[in-house]
Design a binder for this molecule. Structure first.
Ligand SMILES: [Zn+2]
Length: 277
């Protein structure tokens, strides 16, 4: 499980930077929630946020929460301000940070710029609380200048906010080698694979369908007709060998009466992934 801590900068009584009718705390929350939602499409990825609403959370509480949770990475999302005199994107790691923090900064920096088209203000280092007090690699991103008319015009567009989030997600996907969840269960010859399915039986000649009770005693249910197909969830050697076709029903393995097939290993793996991710 990859544990990613997302920290929307500021909140509540701390609005962060302001300008052009925008508040930093609202933009950072919008971007962070989008990042979280986009990451929910990936396998084995867990996200925790320092806040999900417009509330004030002290910086210490934020890093304590990331540290206690055991996050693998901390991403702090901000918007810049500089008296209207600057524009573009920059990000920060702790001064002298090495290894993973540098790698993640390189990757996320590149992906955010690629997705947003922000002008590149560089990969920077800063002695900031979120970077200093977190025990895991951490990155703080500054996504445009709220007091710059041209950046603010972009930040007012939902589609642009989405691109900022997407850029961060693309970076995280690359940095942590995240794999997308299988969107649908695989289909085997047009029939959906079910959880735990290992194969299927085609009826060739009329044969009995049995139900087993808790003590594996058989009760006759009905006669199955040639051409019918059933999903198979298991096999055991009772009664000369029987296939488990689900819900307590069993079909005896009689040569010439049934045909048993298994899907490809790849399909079984995708089935497992779909139901277990
Ligand atoms: Zn900020």
């Amino acid at each position: 499980m990859v544990k990613i801590f997302i920290d929307p900068g500021h909140g509540g009584s701390d609005s962060g930077a302001t300008g052009n009718g925008l508040l930093e705390k609202n933009l950072t929350l919008q971007i962070s929630v989008m990042i979280r939602d986009m990451l929910s499409q990936y396998q084995n990825t867990e996200v925790k946020m320092s806040r999900t609403t417009d509330v004030f959370v002290p910086l210490k509480e934020r890093t304590d929460s990331a540290n206690e949770w055991g996050a693998e990475f901390l991403l702090s999302v901000h918007i810049n301000a500089f008296n209207g005199a600057a524009s573009g994107y920059e990000d920060y790691i702790f001064p002298g940070a090495a290894g993973a923090a540098v790698t993640y900064q390189n990757i996320i920096h590149e992906e955010v710029l690629k997705e947003t088209g922000f002008s590149d203000r560089g990969k920077k280092q800063g002695n900031l609380h979120m970077l200093r007090e977190s025990r895991m690699p951490a990155l703080l991103t500054e996504n445009g200048f709220i007091d710059n008319a041209s950046d603010a015009a972009k930040l007012k567009q939902q589609a642009y906010i989405e691109r900022i989030a997407q850029g961060h997600v693309n970076g995280l996907v690359r940095a942590f080698n995240l794999k997308e969840k299988t969107p649908k269960p695989p289909y085997w010859d047009g029939v959906e694979m079910k959880q735990g399915q290992i194969g299927r039986i085609s009826i060739l000649k009329r044969i009995n369908l049995w139900k087993r009770d808790a003590n594996n005693r058989l009760t006759f249910v009905r006669i199955l007709q040639p051409g019918e197909r059933y999903r198979v969830y298991g096999y055991d050697t009772l009664y000369g060998g029987q296939y488990n076709v689900g819900s307590g029903y069993w079909i005896t393995n009689m040569d010439g009466y049934i045909k048993y097939e298994t899907p490809s290993k790849e399909m079984l793996q995708r089935t497992e992934e779909y139901y277990n991710s």
